[in-house]
Design a protein around this ligand. Structure first.
Ligand SMILES: [Zn+2]
Length: 334
């Protein structure tokens, strides 16, 4: 943390780092693609070809943010370096900002960059299964009230003789083959061996280019093995994900945002052996500066986010820098 603070003590430090991440070979105009330009006195760039004036944050998730970059970087640091992540309430407290919504929206903007378009699919031997997540409200009959739980598809690479690789998780409409086949196709590279239980929704995946290894619960019991050990990889992922949602986020994850939390869980799980948390921080920022802006409107689908944390903490003040002017907007010289 001390090293982090000495690296990024001013917005100019943060801008330099983002510039290095976004344009490692030098300025590239986001509008005309032209190479080369001038850095203006205020830190912006002017394209040598089309004369567009822009900033390194324009067109990224930091575009038009009213939050200082130093605050953004601290949020990003806490998000990346805490092994289990951070809740909006804890982030609000750590940043000492008055708005719970600001902390909430920052975390959701960070989550939204974690899934890179065109990321590689899983390969080798992959276990696939579904589980219900969310909606565990005490008092509800069986905890299975309709619309409260979401069906989630899980896929994970399993290594021989043991060990787990990367995983993927996505919300499914239902457990029919019309839902499961596209899930497998989206997340598993053809040619892989796909281990599933005997559920008929997986019938026919061989025709999509996979070798299905169908494990029957009954056959496992007859062998005297533990039936729960049928698909140990996906069960491990499911229990870790549920524990994480209940731990870091106290289970207060609504259905509309569940996929974003699953994306964060998968990102963390796939980096569980990362040697340096600093590298994870670097990666999150790299994804953030390569991602188009995420409007607040797009984050608050339904239901509305709470305007206050579950337990209010009055008296937390704004650091004075939060009141500064909006970020630069691109403009063109006539
Ligand atoms: Zn240009």
């Amino acid at each position: 943390m001390g090293e982090f603070q000495s690296w990024f003590s001013t917005d100019a430090d943060c801008l330099d780092y983002l510039e290095w991440l976004r344009w490692p070979e030098g300025f590239v105009c986001p509008d005309c693609g032209g190479l080369g330009g001038w850095r203006l006195g205020d830190g912006r760039f002017r394209c040598a070809s089309c004369r567009l004036c822009t900033s390194v944050t324009a067109g990224t998730i930091f575009d038009r943010t009213r939050t200082p970059l130093t605050v953004w970087f601290t949020a990003c640091w806490l998000f990346a370096t805490q092994k289990d992540g951070i809740s909006a309430q804890s982030l609000q407290r750590a940043l000492e900002i008055s708005s719970y919504q600001t902390a909430w929206a920052m975390l959701h903007r960070l989550r939204s960059v974690l899934v890179r378009p065109g990321r590689e699919r899983l390969t080798g031997t992959v276990e696939v299964d579904e589980t219900f997540i969310g909606g565990e409200e005490p008092g509800l009959r069986g905890g299975r009230a309709k619309g409260k739980k979401s069906l989630v598809g899980m896929a994970i690479e399993v290594h021989e003789p043991k060990g787990l690789g990367r995983c993927r998780m996505a919300i499914l409409a239902d457990a029919s083959s019309a839902s499961l086949h596209p899930f497998v196709a989206a997340h598993v590279e053809p040619g892989a061996t796909v281990i599933t239980d005997a559920w008929q929704g997986y019938s026919g995946i061989n025709e999509l280019g996979y070798t299905r290894d169908r494990r029957s619960q009954r056959a496992t019991r007859l062998r005297g093995d533990d039936a729960f050990g049928l698909l140990p990889g996906v069960h491990r992922v499911a229990s870790l994900a549920k524990r994480w949602l209940l731990g870091t986020h106290q289970g207060s994850v609504d259905e509309a945002h569940l996929q974003a939390y699953l994306d964060e869980f998968v990102f963390r799980f796939n980096r569980r052996t990362a040697r340096s948390r600093g590298l994870v921080f670097h990666r999150v920022l790299e994804l953030a500066v390569g991602h188009e802006p995420v409007r607040y409107h797009d984050l608050i689908l339904n239901p509305q986010p709470k305007t206050h944390p579950p337990h209010g903490r009055p008296g937390w003040g704004h650091p004075p820098t939060l009141d500064r002017a909006p970020a630069y907007r691109p403009w063109r010289v006539a």
